[in-house]
Structure formats: C-alpha cells, structure tokens
Design a protein around this ligand. Structure first.
Ligand code: SF4
Length: 494
C-alpha cells in the first residue's frame, strides 16, 4: 500500500514513477453485476493507493452500455480518480457541449477523448451513427472550455500504432499530432504485441512531443479475447497469427491458465516501462484487483531485465511498415496509385482553374457567380453543383466542402464516421473498420494520392473545423465566392 494517493496528472509528470490506471467495462443493462463489481474493485484500488486512476469505457464495440458518469462520481467519492472514455459516435456537438458542462460541474475532469466504435445494434435495432465532431474537434472544445470557463479538463487521446501499411501508420501519426495540437495532454496507445511499434511510438513522442505523457496498454489476453482481436472484431487491437497460435497452444497446457495470462501481462508491463513509457493502462475481462496488483508487482520485478523480454513481444506480420523504414517521398508504386494521382491532378487542375484568384478566368467566373447568387438561378445552380459533385465525388450536399483539401475524396459520404481530421483507429490492413474487405479506409486513399504529389503533410498540418450545418443543401461554390466578398468588404472597412 502506498502512503498517499497521487492523481493521474501528478503521476504522469513525476519522473520517479509510472502512472498506473485500470480500465474497467461497466457493461450493459440496468442492474448488470459488472457495475457493482466495478465499484467494489475501485474501492479496493482506492484503499491500496497503488493506482492513479480507473478508466471507464464508453460502449465498447459500439454496443450501448450504461452511461458511466454516475459510476464515475461514486468512484471519485471512494478516493480514486475516474477517467471517462469520451466518444463522439452517438452525440452531436450540442450534446457533447452539454455533457462537458455536466462533467466539469461534477468534478469529472479526466477525459480520454476518442472517435468511438461504429454504433451496433441497440435494444431498438441499428442506431444512427452521429460523429458530428471528431476526436480532434472534441479536444478543441474541451480546451476552449478550459480557457473560457476554467473547466479544468485534463484531456487525453488514443493512438493506434499497430497498423500494417504505410498509409494507415502515417494517418495515425498525423492525427496524433493534430490531437496534441488540439489539447491532448496524454496519449494512450491501443493494444498490440509488436515491440518495434511500441518502441517507435515512444521515440516519436519523446522527440516530437516531449511534454505529452505516453501510456502503454497492457491487456490480460485470454483465448476468447485473442480470437476476437485476431479476427479484427475489436477495432484497433491487433493479435497476429503467431500470437494466436501460441495462445491456443497455451490454452491446452496443464496448470493455471490465468497465471500464464497474468505473467504475459507483467512481462509487457516490464517492457513498456523499459521503453520509457510514462504510464501503463491495465485491462482485461473479469480481473480482480489482486490480479492487477500482481501484474504491477511482477512487472516491476521483471523490469530490471526488460531487454531479455523483448523477443517475447516481437509479433510482427511480414511486410509490416515501420516509421524507421520510411523513405523520403517518392510516390507509391502500382497502377492503383497511378490512377489516384491522375485523378487528384485532374481535380486539382479543375479546382485551380475555377477558384484560384490568380487563374486567368477567375474574374469572369466571379462575375458569373455573383449574378447567379441571390437570383432565380441560385436553386438550379445549387442542384447542378450537387449533381456534378455527386457523380464525381459522391457529394452529400453538406455545403461546407473540404473536398479540395482531402484529395477530392468526400469524408461526409465515403467515411462511415465522417472523419474530417484524419483516420479513426479502426482500419485494418488498409480496410475500413465498418466495411472490412469491401472498402478501403478513405485516409489510405487520401494518403496515397497526396504522397505521390508530395502533399501528404496536409493531413498533419491542416485542422478542419466541424461541418457548418447552416450551409446544408447550399452551394459550396457560391458560398466560397460569397465568403471572399465578405472578407474583402471587411478589409475595406478596416
Ligand atoms: S473510412 Fe477510415 S476513418 Fe472512416 S470509418 Fe472507415 S476506417 Fe475509420
């Protein structure tokens, strides 16, 4: 038992210790036994003062589970801080803002902001996915409330580094940079068992974001969980063929299965500590507090010789991309990539011909647009734009177009989660989380197109605000010229 309780924020900034959190799943249903167990376990953790926080999941797998706020209040009262997993999947920006007011008011200041898994069946059937804000925008909202209202949020975010392809990996790292630029003060990595990926994430953070804490994920891997992760049923979590084979073989060995699972978790703890992570988040189904304590104590004992454990976590698929192997931009090979580049160049040329101020025909186009604007032609013109962009870019008619900034691939229609600021964590081997094996993640296509034209950094540097729904079903072309006019008028008035 530790002498005094140390908060998550304080523990993350003390070089003499690892910040330790335990991830719990309160579950579904009105009187689910898990909810009672979560509170009991949190009370044990609070008494022992070894952990610095309890993280509470938000409808994992997209299946509705109990809202965690009342439970979080009870956990806080027991003497340990809760960390709320805050997802954007089923709330629009108004609901998110209301939630944040309520959370701040209740003293629940630790947030782990994430996109969220795609909503699955609820009691009433398939839910409508919302995703009005993405994780980057939600972090900005929390940061705005911190500045304007002294809300006091300590917000963090998630990164999924265990990706196979260059495009997916880079999309994760670019989004990580945006999350940090938008206010994330700590980062928790997703589940995976590839030590090279763990190491490169730690090095990246130390180099680029030395003041942002990094927490590694240690999951007590049972056979059913390993099978689910291997089958890509838990978005972002990766178990390779080799690891699954090993866990299946272990499952038929005589002796205590759980002891072996806890030992693997303790070894991973030791490795992450050795790789200089600032904290460890421990998770797993059906854990008792004593299991968590055992992982920590064993992990600490093993950490002195963590190098000898590295080969035990070298589960990489052949051909996996690593940051260390990244080449200077040279363009992807293959016909698919060539096709994407040609498409991008064609659309860029068309866009610049019409919208670039320095284009020869720009003054004429601007005059024509002005004539159309507010005339009887406006409605027909708006539908004409919708028709053209519907055929060429699967336009969804939001009126707040970012096509020209995202390689002319529409996030509103082509991404099931409508992500404007980069990929969610759920893609697997290049495929979209929601349509595995059917549709590529749009950020794979966007990255590939931009990489060939050496513009991929737009995915890292450019922040996109949430879609302005006031513009819904208006012409984004007319909106562009209107906005130009307003900006020029403002300048003249100054
Ligand atoms: S397209 Fe990419 S970002 Fe969108 S939901 Fe699918 S995996 Fe996530």
């Amino acid at each position: 038992m530790a002498d005094e309780y140390i908060s998550l924020k304080e523990a993350l900034h003390r070089p003499d210790r690892l910040a330790l959190t335990w991830e719990m799943v309160p579950g579904r249903g009105v009187n689910a036994p898990n909810q009672k167990k979560v509170l009991e376990m949190a009370e044990l953790a609070a008494q022992d003062r070894l952990l610095h926080g309890i993280t509470l999941t938000d409808s994992p797998g997209g299946k509705p589970s109990i809202l965690t706020y009342p439970l979080a209040v009870a956990i806080k009262k027991s003497g340990i801080e809760p960390i709320i997993h805050y997802t954007c999947k089923d709330k629009n920006r108004s609901a998110i803002e209301s939630d944040l007011y309520a959370l701040a008011g209740a003293g629940l200041k630790n947030l782990l902001v994430m996109t969220g898994d795609y909503p699955m069946d609820s009691v009433m059937g398939q839910a409508k996915p919302v995703f009005d804000l993405d994780s980057v925008q939600t972090l900005r909202l929390a940061e705005t409330l911190n500045q304007k209202e002294e809300a006091g949020f300590f917000a963090g975010a998630v990164v999924s580094p265990f990706k196979e392809t260059e495009a997916e990996t880079m999309a994760q790292y670019y989004k990580l940079d945006k999350k940090i630029a938008s206010g994330a003060q700590f980062i928790i990595s997703q589940m995976g068992y590839d030590v090279k990926k763990m190491d490169e994430l730690a090095k990246y953070m130390r180099k680029k974001h030395p003041n942002v804490a990094l927490i590694g994920n240690v999951f007590v891997l049972s056979l059913p969980a390993a099978r689910l992760m291997h089958a890509n049923k838990i978005p972002g979590c990766v178990v390779s063929d080799a690891l699954l084979r090993e866990i299946e073989a272990e499952a038929v060995l005589p002796g205590e299965k759980k002891e072996r699972q806890l030992l693997r978790a303790a070894k991973l703890y030791a490795v992450l500590k050795g790789l200089n992570y600032d904290g460890i988040n421990i998770g797993g189904h059906g854990l008792h507090y004593q299991d968590v304590k055992q992982i920590i104590e064993q992990g600490e004992a093993l950490s002195a010789d963590y190098q000898s454990l590295l080969p035990e976590f070298a589960y990489a698929k052949p051909g996996r991309f690593y940051l260390s192997a990244a080449q200077p931009t040279s363009g992807p090979a293959g016909e698919e990539a060539k096709g994407k580049t040609a498409r991008l160049k064609l659309f860029q040329w068309l866009h610049e011909t019409v919208f670039a101020k320095e284009a020869r025909c720009f003054p004429l186009i601007r005059r024509i647009m002005k004539q159309i604007d507010d005339s009887s032609l406006e409605k027909s013109f708006t539908y004409f734009e919708f028709l053209v962009k519907g055929i060429a870019n699967q336009c969804r008619f939001c009126g707040d177009c970012v096509l020209h900034e995202l390689a002319f691939i529409c996030p509103m229609s082509s991404c099931p989660k409508q992500q404007r600021n980069g990929a969610c964590g759920g893609s697997c081997e290049g495929w979209c989380e929601v349509f595995p094996g059917e549709r590529k993640c749009i950020y794979v296509s966007i990255y590939q197109a931009y990489r060939a034209t050496r513009e991929e950094r737009v995915l890292q540097e450019r922040y996109f605000p949430p879609c302005n729904w006031r513009l819904y079903k208006t012409s984004s072309w007319l909106n562009y010229f209107r906005q130009l006019e307003e900006e020029e008028n403002e300048k003249r008035e100054k």
